[in-house]
Design a protein around this ligand. Structure first.
Ligand SMILES: Nc1ncnc2c1ncn2[C@@H]1O[C@H](COP(=O)(O)OP(=O)(O)OP(=O)(O)O)[C@@H](O)[C@H]1O
Ligand SMILES: [Mg+2]
Length: 217
């Protein structure tokens, strides 16, 4: 058996509960005695977080070209993989990441309309075969997720980032692309109904994680 750690990603549109459940997944795994690295994309290292700033910043006159956006996402990913994800997996730690390449297929593919084949070329170049071992796709209708997001913005203050300012057809396309991706890789991507109380979502996450822990040994 290999001592390499496992790579788990959380995916889904805006406000579905990725960050909330990421913390919970990390705790769940730590309680089972595993070393866990919590991280996110775009970002996860200082330089990759700087690229995240460029991607999310809604201000400025100059629109961000869709191909430039895609390349920035993969530039941040290359840095994150080299500095954080690969070293952690190699020393046997588990990596739990808020968004990864499925988000690129969803946002830059579904949302922006970049052909998936072009994204797949960059995926192969940057990841060199590395894929998540398990992806938890939190899925719910866009309107309900927007409502949650508004609740969070009201409570925490803050403003909408460059993606959160998109229109509803953008988010419908993102959701559709995520679900299409899950249909293509059902053994890796588990679709979890996120439009339920947190306790119900987390009970399902616990059972998915424990099934994986058992089958991975
Ligand atoms: N199952 C749930 N039921 C009700 N509220 C929830 C649930 N899950 C998360 N929330 C709340 O919804 C809001 C959005 O959750 P969270 O920030 O975790 O989403 P996110 O997917 O990380 O969003 P973003 O895409 O903006 O990063 C938060 O206020 C959170 O407390
Ligand atoms: Mg979040």
């Amino acid at each position: 058996m290999s001592s390499r750690g496992r790579f788990i990603t959380l995916e889904g549109g805006e406000g579905v509960g990725k960050s909330t459940n990421l913390a919970w997944v990390a705790d769940h795994l730590m309680h089972r005695g595993l070393e866990v690295v919590r991280t996110r994309e775009p970002g996860g290292t200082p330089r990759a977080e700087a690229i995240r700033g460029l991607l999310l910043d809604p201000t400025g006159e100059e629109p961000l070209d869709a191909d430039a956006e895609l390349l920035l996402v993969f530039a941040a990913r290359a840095q994150h993989l080299a500095r954080v994800v690969r070293p952690a997996l190699e020393r046997g730690a588990w990596v739990v990441c808020d968004r990864f390449t499925d988000a690129t297929f969803a946002y830059q593919g579904g949302g922006r309309g970049i052909p998936p084949g072009r994204i797949a070329e960059l995926e192969a170049f940057v990841q060199r075969g590395l894929q998540p071992d398990l992806t938890l796709l939190l899925d719910m209708p866009m309107e309900a997720a927007q409502h949650r997001l508004e609740g969070r913005l009201d409570r925490d203050g803050g403003t909408r980032d460059r993606f959160e300012r998109e229109r509803s057809d953008f988010f419908e396309a993102v959701r559709g692309a995520y679900l299409a991706r899950a249909a293509e890789a059902p053994q890796r991507i588990a679709v979890v109904d996120a439009d339920r109380p947190l306790a119900a979502v987390q009970a399902e996450l616990a059972s998915l994680l424990d099934d994986c822990l058992e089958s991975w040994g």
